[in-house]
Design a protein around this ligand. Structure first.
Ligand SMILES: [Zn+2]
Ligand SMILES: [Zn+2]
Length: 367
């Protein structure tokens, strides 16, 4: 019987070596018995090259194990062994005990020969330390103050809730990309709302979103707070002031009707300036419609209003004439006129022009 030329053991040989010597030469593998991973329990995040959320335990284990394994084979972690996979496959089995993941790695170095399979154990220890963002968050840190103000001195009180709701939504949305986009504190003051935010860029984005909805202007001021201990750089705190227009100064063109825009509680209140009908639209719904461009908001001073005189009335339509410009005569179907007042020949009327459409409006609504 031949013997292994490395250790001298007798038995079945592969390329002159016994099984043990063969695998020792062909496959090298090591992993530390204990791996420490910085972990923030406040936000369930772990740190490798940056802080990441530990929502998916398998992808967490995958990342930590792969970066701690050293081997001369290409390794892949699989849920089931497969002969088609040419890399060295590892199946995981793990239990959790407190802060420790106890992981069993079942290794198949050669996909077509399970007789070389081996098992290895390791422990992954989540070591508790607060991540930078949580320590800032819980330390009351903020980078910017967003001051929301009304056009006059005060914000209409019914607008405050809607604005806060919008800001909450936006911050939730931004935080998935920028973890500093948290709201550290909200102060409702006589003159408006102050929102303390972890991230200046998020505060700027929110100010811009508010402006898109309400109109108005933004100002920024910076205050030197001191020097950073580590970098020596100057630290500024920024105050962004969003001065929002009074919404009642605006109109909404929606489903071919013209409305006066106002706010009532958490809703937008649309009062038709044709027939006085009131539509109430939830803040979020309104936002959606705005995005789809189904609603158009028009500033009061940008709405084109013309004077008309009714020149003829038939059962189907009115004939009217513009009282300025080219004194053009035109027809308008009676079903397209929604004002409550009945128009007779010789009556004066007013109309708004939106998208080249003439919308007959109640006289009193335009003052
Ligand atoms: Zn041997
Ligand atoms: Zn954290």
């Amino acid at each position: 019987m031949k013997s292994c030329f490395i250790c001298g053991k007798e038995g079945i040989l592969i390329e002159g070596r016994c099984r043990e010597c063969h695998i020792r030469e062909a496959f090298r593998f090591s992993i530390p018995g204990r791996i420490k991973v910085p972990y923030c329990k406040s936000c369930n995040s772990y740190y490798t090259n940056r802080w990441k959320s530990l929502n998916d335990k398998l992808s967490f284990l995958n990342e930590i194990l792969m970066s701690n394994i050293s081997s001369n084979h290409e390794i892949i972690i699989v849920s089931e062994f497969s002969k088609k996979e040419k890399k060295t496959q590892i199946k995981l089995d793990f239990t959790e005990e407190g802060n420790v993941f106890k992981v069993k790695l079942e290794i198949r170095p050669f996909p077509d020969d399970p007789s070389f399979d081996m098992g290895v154990y390791t422990e992954i220890l989540l070591s508790g330390e607060q991540c930078q963002i949580c320590s800032r968050f819980y330390g009351g840190y903020y980078e910017a103050i967003l001051q929301v103000r009304g056009e006059g001195k005060k914000i209409e009180s019914n607008k405050t809730n809607l604005i806060l709701e919008i800001i909450d939504d936006l911050s939730d949305r931004f935080i998935s990309k920028d973890r500093m986009a948290f709201i550290a504190k909200i102060e409702e003051k006589k003159e408006g709302i102050d929102i303390y935010m972890g991230s200046l860029s998020a505060a700027r984005k929110i100010a811009n979103e508010l402006l898109k909805k309400f109109g108005g202007e933004i100002g920024e001021s910076h205050k030197l707070m001191g020097l950073d201990r580590d970098s020596g750089k100057k630290i500024y705190r920024t105050t962004i002031t969003a001065r929002l227009k009074d919404l009642t100064q605006r109109y909404a063109y929606y489903r071919e009707h013209l409305y006066l825009l106002d706010i009532s509680g958490d809703n937008f209140k649309l009062t038709s300036i044709e027939d006085g009908d009131i539509l109430s639209i939830k803040g979020k719904e309104f936002e959606k419609e705005l995005k789809k461009e189904a609603i158009r908001v028009i500033n009061k001073d940008l709405l084109e209003i013309i004077d008309l005189v009714v020149t003829e009335v038939t059962p189907e339509r009115y004939q009217m004439m513009k009282m300025s410009g080219d004194y053009e005569q035109f027809y308008i179907l009676r079903e397209q006129v929604h004002i409550k007042k009945i128009l007779n020949a010789g009556d004066n009327a007013k109309a708004a022009i939106v998208d080249n459409r003439i919308i007959i409006i109640e006289q009193e609504s335009i003052i």
